[in-house]
Design a protein around this ligand. Structure first.
Ligand code: 4AD
Ligand code: MG
Length: 460
């Protein structure tokens, strides 16, 4: 008899039916007559209870069935007398598939998240991380569904690249050259012409530039892949390896871009509310009593939209003493973003930032000072989306690249889109783990990706 997954068993009302289950033991308790074994197989947050009549099974068989071990059980599905569960299995066959001795690190409930990060190879077996990683799957699926349903094409942008899309210079070098003794050019520099790709290459910081090439052919595209940034910022919101979703749309201006981004975020949050109920209720109860209410409120209300300039005015007139001074032209700090989100009590879309704090590709406004950028700020998270309308004018783009010391020679292919059939277009990037922070209510980004990579940390 083939085993049934726990999520199916818990839904079943076929009482008296013979069933089989396979999974990992969460707890074992009981008395001299009967043992209750909770088995979880990851299909759902809940475990199924096995009722083992000790007169029918040897001590020898039962003893190694401990927390963390893997078992196969068969028996009758019966209605449960216990609280909080509908069915249980009256066991008539029990088999140990893989034992786990007393060194299994997840013996008790209530381990700290910090401790669980040290055992990231086993933490998916906890209720918390089971819930988070199931939700991560559902969100990834919803992202593809959202764009597929709207006629966008999934474009696979490269991981290895020669360009720095954001111009922030926080890239990881990809090389096969000898680290100790690399070949050198006559003037002593490392000779990347002899490297694997015949040039200096890096892990990508963004798929946007290739996304733009796609949009200029397929109209509506999105990328969804890993991106890498060697920024040494040890914050609860930054990873060195994170996933980003980057839609890019031909014939979209900034307004269209904002409308899409707002609709997209609301869709994803509603999708979580509709499809991750058990996991959300668990997280709501265990970590953040306002989680579900907060998700509902974001879906229900329009985002606040204002320009960077108006936001700076508001902050300067707020009467609040900020640690970092606000004045027109400076990048907003976390405390400023928080103030804005709390002031409006909803997500905020800021637009038209000073050009010198934004990337070279953003469309320049006629004022000569600002660009058609947009950042979406979320409660607690801060920036969840960054995007813009793109500069499609060849001359303006090249001028800006020169001002910002972007090597235009290496970007010939990007500039070609402005030479051949250029058009108005726009796009944005959603940090997948920032979204996951918001929908799970977790407060550290290391807890919403299975195997986090941050400075000094690439274990597992
Ligand atoms: O604002 P960013 O740098 O924008 C871009 O990369 C553009 N190319 C996007 C585009 O227009 N297609 O990054 C976009 C988002 C941020 O808003 C944030 O959510 C996330 O990516 N992000 C990070 N997430 C985790 N760890 C980091 N180190 C992140 N850096 C950015
Ligand atoms: Mg940004």
């Amino acid at each position: 008899m083939r085993h049934t997954r726990v999520n199916e068993l818990l839904k079943s009302t076929e009482y008296g039916k013979e069933v089989a289950v396979k999974g990992w033991v969460r707890t074992k308790r009981g008395n001299k007559q009967v043992a209750f074994v909770a088995v979880n197989d990851g299909s759902i947050i809940h475990s199924i209870q096995l009722v083992v009549d000790l007169s029918k099974f040897s001590e020898e068989l039962l003893k190694p069935i401990t927390t963390g071990s893997c078992i196969h059980a068969k028996g009758l599905l019966v209605q449960s007398q216990g609280q909080g569960q509908t069915v249980e299995i009256q066991v008539n066959h029990l088999e140990l598939l893989g034992g786990a001795d007393e060194t299994f690190p997840l013996q008790k409930k209530g381990h700290t998240l910090e401790f669980l990060r040290e055992v990231a190879h086993l933490r998916p077996r906890t209720n918390t991380f089971g819930a988070i990683f199931r939700m991560r799957h559902h969100m990834a699926f919803a992202i593809h569904k959202y764009y597929n349903d709207r006629g966008f094409y999934y474009l696979h942008s490269p991981i290895v690249t020669g360009s720095d899309a954001e111009g922030a210079g926080e890239m990881f070098r990809v090389t096969t050259l000898d680290a100790v003794n690399p070949p050198r050019t006559e003037d002593g520099a490392v000779d990347y012409a002899q490297d694997f790709f015949g040039k200096a290459t890096n892990l990508t910081v963004s798929g946007q530039l290739e996304g733009e090439l796609g949009a200029m052919a397929l109209g509506l595209v999105y990328t969804f892949g890993p991106t890498f940034r060697a920024e040494n910022s040890n914050t609860p919101r930054h990873l060195a390896e994170f996933w980003m979703i980057e839609p890019e749309m031909a014939f979209y201006d900034l307004q269209d871009n904002m409308d899409l981004a707002e609709d997209f975020l609301k869709y994803l949050i509603q999708y979580a509310l509709d499809n991750c109920k058990d996991d959300l209720e668990f997280l709501n109860q265990m970590y953040d009593k306002e989680l579900i209410a907060r998700l509902q409120s974001v879906v229900a209300n329009p985002f606040e939209r204002l320009t960077y300039t108006n936001a700076v005015d508001l902050l300067m007139n707020s009467g609040k003493k900020f640690e970092f001074k606000v004045e027109w032209g400076t990048d907003l700090q976390k405390e400023h973003e928080n103030y804005l989100v709390e002031h409006f009590k909803r997500p905020v879309i800021l637009t038209d930032y000073p050009k010198h704090i934004k990337a070279f590709y953003m469309k320049q406004n006629d004022d000569g000072k600002t660009v058609r950028a947009m950042d979406i700020l979320f409660p607690w998270i801060g920036e969840i989306i960054g995007g813009s309308q793109r500069e499609e004018n060849y001359d303006k783009l090249v001028t800006r690249m020169r001002e910002m010391h972007i090597p235009e020679k290496e970007m010939w292919w990007y500039l070609d889109t402005r030479k051949f059939g250029a058009c108005e277009h726009a796009g944005f990037g959603l940090g997948f783990e920032r979204l996951m922070l918001f929908v799970t209510g977790m407060t550290n980004i290391r807890d919403v990706i299975p195997f986090p990579r941050t400075a000094k940390n690439a274990e597992f």
